[in-house]
Write a protein that binds this ligand. Structure first.
Ligand code: VGL
Ligand code: ZN
Length: 197
């Protein structure tokens, strides 16, 4: 499918959030319809590569006793445990050379939904004079939302591509979009119709 171009520039960053096997069908914390975004994400990565846009790829990278896991009293099944198959990137994701990688939620005692929380990502982006961030990936109502709101608060012009993200729950997605917009994030609706979310 041909999709409309975003109009990426060399002073933009594309942030690809947590496209790891555990968040896809058959994984430990499968996000409904996550598979649908892979071709869209790959198209956006292609555009970013052609535009000289810095690509950042994040991953959820938990120790086996992370505070967010049910056995520790948290709200999630055990997922994305560092070094396990479920923590690997989806094999259809076309990971580009030159991408910057961010691993997060690595400490047992702390949850970290945002790619900016406790990382040097903001400084890395500023050092590269990046002023706009485009966010894709999973999940819209957790790591995408928290990363987008942090990015906007840190002063970046922040966009989330709705065609390239999916929420854990539909209601969570609706709330997330409202919260993101309230924080000044632009939620870009799917560029090509029909696109059934
Ligand atoms: C995420 C739930 C738990 C995410 C990570 O990447 O959005 N969601 N851990
Ligand atoms: Zn997690």
């Amino acid at each position: 499918m041909m999709r409309k171009k975003i109009g990426l520039r060399s002073t933009d960053a594309l942030l690809v959030v947590d496209l790891q096997l555990d968040f896809f069908a058959g994984g430990k914390l499968a996000v409904p319809r996550a598979e649908e975004i892979l071709p869209v994400v790959n198209d956006v990565i292609d555009e970013a590569r052609r535009s000289g846009t810095q690509i950042i790829v994040s991953r959820d990278w938990h120790p086996p006793d992370h505070v967010s896991f049910a056995a520790q009293g948290g709200e999630w099944p055990q997922h994305c445990v560092r070094g396990t198959r479920g923590a690997e990137f989806h094999p259809e994701l076309r990971l580009p050379p030159g991408a910057l990688f961010v691993s997060k939620a690595k400490r047992a005692e702390r949850e970290q939904y945002s790619d900016f929380d406790g990382t040097s990502l903001a400084e890395e982006l500023r050092r590269r004079a990046i002023d706009r961030i485009f966010i894709v990936g999973l999940a819209e109502d957790f790591c995408v939302k928290c990363s987008a709101i942090d990015a906007a608060r840190l002063g970046f012009e922040t966009h989330v591509l709705r065609a390239a993200t999916r929420p854990v729950t539909r209601e969570g997605g609706e709330r997330a979009r409202a919260e993101m917009r309230a924080a000044g994030v632009t939620v870009i609706e799917p560029p090509c119709a029909p696109y059934d979310i």
